[in-house]
Design a binder for this molecule. Structure first.
Ligand SMILES: [Zn+2]
Length: 415
């Protein structure tokens, strides 16, 4: 989702090489990334290439700094081969998670590992200029802390709390983020850091992070549901994040639970988010507070964080609020299971912290509502990546693009 020109490593090989036209160097690089360490002989076997071809390609890749010769590999009888190792630290990637009320930045290596992170509460929805400036400051903060990665920055991935149309990634929903006037203005990031910027919806990127590094590893079909200020979902189907015809797939937060319910920001009534979004949970706790005189929740300072903390301490009011939310969430998830039949549903976002206090009642409701269709076999579990998951997913979007088009790697593209 960028206008970066598409090139091949092989386009950049010297004109004298016998390998053009060829995309083999890309294939070899991807294989080394996937295996982490591998010998030249094994590459030749796996890609069905001659040893001399592999040798020439590897010589090129060694010059890029993305691959290095490492220890001695396992011998199959003859001479013990030198193994090649992908250099995860060769480049850094910035992942920026722009929530409704916060900005999170991570700097990762080429294996999704967080080298450093920065966080700021921020009124993102109402302050586009301030958000962009604050994001740049947080990115600078991360780059200063890990100077090596800063000199070889691969790109910036951005998660936005709005649907993103893959054909127009610069646009934002005027309904979700009216103050932004439909434009993200992230060309400022591109100009400031001189790297490609990739953008996607936050729940899609939560799903991507789980697929690559978290609870979705090895699962071809799963749904990721982010429960935070808003509620959204990302869908991995047959191993790919599916964004729909115009990028709006997964707006589960606006599935109607009660058509006569409270008015939603989308103009409809009784959407899921009006029951389980952060504002709804705070309101629910306020309403129920008089019925729970012994609750530790202070009615004057009710926040979602306070509710989570109280639920973790088994405060009966907070546990009730979470269980109610689980009930509504369960109705929407049961619908999703009946239609999509994913192998797993992964719950992420702030509310994940309360663990089984949410997942327990959620599983019960889902089981009750899906017993006809045998989809109850679907596993419901929480995210393994914690509060940085979406930001890591944003960085992963950049990594995914670079492995598909290795010319994006600065040490290759500059040649
Ligand atoms: Zn709605």
């Amino acid at each position: 989702m960028t206008d970066h020109p598409r090139r091949r490593v092989s386009d950049l090989l010297p004109a004298s090489t016998s390998l053009r036209p060829s995309v083999l160097a890309d294939e070899v690089l991807r294989l080394i990334w996937m295996e982490r360490t591998i010998s030249r002989a094994e590459i030749a076997r796996r890609l069905e290439l001659s040893r001399s071809t592999v040798s020439e390609l590897v010589t090129f890749l060694l010059e890029t700094g993305l691959v290095a010769e490492a220890g001695i590999g396992a011998s199959s009888g003859g001479r013990r081969p030198i193994t090649l190792e992908f250099q995860d630290a060769a480049c850094g990637i910035i992942g920026l998670d722009m929530g409704a009320t916060h900005i999170t930045v991570v700097l990762t290596d080429l294996r999704g590992r967080v080298l450093t992170s920065a966080y700021s509460e921020w009124p993102v929805r109402t302050d586009p200029d301030g958000t962009r400036a604050r994001a740049i400051a947080l990115i600078d903060e991360c780059l200063v802390r890990a100077p090596g990665a800063a000199t070889q920055l691969l790109g910036i991935g951005v998660a936005v709390p709005s649907p993103v149309d893959p054909r127009h990634p610069e646009r934002l929903s005027t309904l979700v983020l009216p103050a932004w006037n439909g434009r993200n203005g992230f060309d400022r990031l591109r100009a400031r850091f001189d790297v490609p910027v990739f953008i996607d919806n936050d729940a899609n990127l939560g799903a991507l992070a789980e697929q690559w590094w978290g609870a979705g590893r090895g699962i071809a079909d799963f749904a990721y549901i982010k429960v935070a200020t808003g509620v959204g979902s990302g869908h991995v189907i047959e191993g790919r994040v599916r964004r729909g015809a115009t990028g709006v797939a997964g707006e589960i937060g606006h599935v109607a639970i009660d058509p006569r319910g409270a008015l939603c920001s989308c103009g409809n009534r009784g959407c899921l988010v009006t029951f389980v979004g952060a504002a709804a949970l705070v309101e629910r706790a306020r309403t129920l507070r008089p019925e729970f005189p012994d609750s530790m929740l202070d009615p004057r300072h009710l926040t979602i964080e306070a509710i989570e903390a109280a639920a973790l301490a088994d405060d009966p009011l907070a546990v009730q609020v979470v269980a109610d939310a689980a009930g509504y969430l369960g109705i929407a998830i049961a619908g999703l299971l009946n239609i999509m039949n994913p192998a797993a549903v992964i719950i992420g976002g702030g509310l994940t912290r309360v663990g089984d206090r949410l997942l327990g009642p959620l599983r019960e409701v889902v089981l009750r509502r899906t017993f006809v269709s045998a989809v109850a076999a679907s596993e419901i579990k929480h995210s393994e990546l914690g509060p940085l998951g979406v930001a890591v997913g944003a960085a992963t979007l950049v990594l995914e693009a670079a492995l598909a088009d290795p010319a994006l790697f600065p040490t290759i593209g500059a040649r």
